[in-house]
Design a protein around this ligand. Sequence first.
Ligand code: C2R
Length: 190
Amino acid sequence: MSTTTHFTKDTPSKTSANFHEHPLVGIVMGSKSDLPIMKQAAVVLQELAVPCEVRIVSAHRTPLRMVDYAETAASRGLKVVIAGAGGAAHLPGMIASICPLPVVGVPVKSSQSMDGWDSVLSILQMPGGIPVATVALNGSKNAALLAAQMLAISDTALAERLAQYRRRLQQQIETDATLLENQGWQSFTG
Ligand code: C2R
């Protein structure tokens, strides 16, 4: 099919916001309607200075593009793939079936969803032998953190940035807790 994009080392993102010459994490989603959720993963990775690429790839609607993405991901230098989809969400599992890299699956609650269960079960219930590390419904933030933790195994600077991220999170909760105690729950505004 001549319309199929072929992913190469030089397939750049057109926007500077998600352009990275050597992305380590591939964020893929089944449709542009997943972007509001999936871009949260890109934001976390950007905050942690982990280069990533963001792509729309659908196993159902663009099967050849999906195969090409999965087949070339490792040789293009990616280390982890985060795949998000809603409904009959076969994208993460299909990428995992072709690609040797760890795949983190994000069930997305799409507009036609049966309360999110359709995508949760499609991504979670993989057959033995082909794992997908499934996060919570719409849990793309945690998908990014998991991907970063995998990379941090062999990157001490990234491990330190992750530790700082956790310290900030902890500090935020401590601040909230103190405010709630001081203001009382009735007048607490956050
Ligand atoms: P539209 O909003 O484009 O109709 O898509 C997408 O991830 C999206 O959540 C509705 C939902 O369909 C999902 N989709 C999949 C796949 N491709 C698209 N689950 C796939 O290949 O698994």
